[in-house]
Design a protein around this ligand. Structure first.
Ligand SMILES: Nc1ncnc2c1ncn2[C@@H]1O[C@H](COP(=O)(O)OP(=O)(O)OP(=O)(O)O)[C@@H](O)[C@H]1O
Ligand SMILES: [Mg+2]
Length: 293
């Protein structure tokens, strides 16, 4: 952990030296769903790796309320010893809770702990939020893997992001719950960019049917424009990789699901910078404002 922290501090020093010339913005992509178990963690982890393979600096934060699975899917076994709760308690520095995942991705677990900052004193809270925002210049992309469902916490992560990836499967219950999430987003009446991924499809026709249905209803009844980010085929190698505790994009790079991930990555990469929110405040400051309101 000491070595890791030193490597990251070096990264910070290097970044500080170039920061004046570097106008690139760290994009925050929240991965969410209405129904649980539809593939969020697999999609967030493998997409993160796919961007990292292109040379992007990528962090994935596990904000799942339930069991933290990013470490399993990215193959971080044993799980990182320290997480954000240790930063909140003051035991660790933010750089010390960043674990090194496969293909250069960085991982922070326990991001859901940030919702507990309401109980912190003002000075401690401000320091904590600043330490989180200090991560932003170190990365090109931050993926946030949320738990399923419509809690206020998940919605805060969704509404603060630059881009939301809403995951569903063709199952009717998953589609209904995806609508529920879309409705909740639309009710906030904010300009949130939502992209849809239909996971576990049998064929493209099925994927197109599901995404047309969701996209059309969202636009017609809620006035929310949803981008079709793509589909992921049902693939036994995804399950195999999960049981082997390794990301399929690395272990089975030629599998159907991996090529679908590459398509989605390319689609995300096409989204122009100016489409991302241009808020002076850092992502975490925005997020905490929502937790407090
Ligand atoms: N494309 C796929 N093909 C086959 N199986 C899949 C696919 N995507 C996901 N799965 C299966 O679904 C399981 C759940 O996936 P994952 O943990 O990524 O879902 P989740 O949405 O993050 O769940 P939770 O809501 O519990 O956090 C995986 O362990 C895997 O077995
Ligand atoms: Mg998950």
């Amino acid at each position: 952990m000491a070595d890791q922290a030193e490597r990251l501090r070096e990264l910070v020093r290097q970044k500080q030296q170039v920061v004046t010339e570097d106008n690139s913005k760290c994009k925050i992509i929240t991965v969410t769903s209405g129904k649980g178990g539809v593939g969020k963690t697999n999609i967030a982890s493998n997409l993160a790796i796919s961007f990292s393979m292109l040379g992007q600096r990528v962090l994935i934060m596990d904000a799942d309320l339930g069991l933290s699975n990013v470490n399993i899917i990215t193959g971080l076994i044993p799980p990182p010893k320290y997480n954000l709760s240790h930063v909140i308690s003051g035991e660790k520095d933010i750089l010390e809770v960043i674990a090194h995942g496969p293909c250069g991705i960085k991982v922070i677990t326990g991001a859901v702990g940030v919702t507990k900052v309401a109980n912190m004193g003002t000075k401690k809270r401000t320091d904590f939020i600043e330490s989180l925002d200090s991560l932003l210049p170190l990365f090109d992309l931050i993926f946030i893997d949320t738990s399923a469902g419509l809690s206020e916490n998940v919605l805060s992560f969704v509404l603060s992001a630059d881009e939301v990836i809403l995951v569903t499967t063709p199952e009717p219950t998953a589609i209904t719950d995806a609508y529920g999430m879309i409705k909740a987003i639309a009710a906030k009446n904010e300009a949130i960019k939502v992209g849809l991924v239909v996971n576990r499809i049998q064929n493209i026709i099925e994927g197109k049917k599901v995404s047309d249905k969701i996209v059309n209803i969202a636009e017609q009844f809620l006035g929310l424009k949803i981008e079709r980010l793509g589909y992921i085929m049902e693939d036994a190698l995804v399950r195999k990789a999960v049981s082997e505790q390794a990301p399929f994009f690395v272990t089975y790079p030629n599998c159907k699901a991996a090529s679908c991930i590459s398509h989605i990555r390319n689609k995300l990469a096409e989204i122009p910078e100016e489409n991302y929110s241009d808020n002076e405040k850092g992502f975490f400051s925005r997020l905490f404002q929502r937790f407090q309101s």
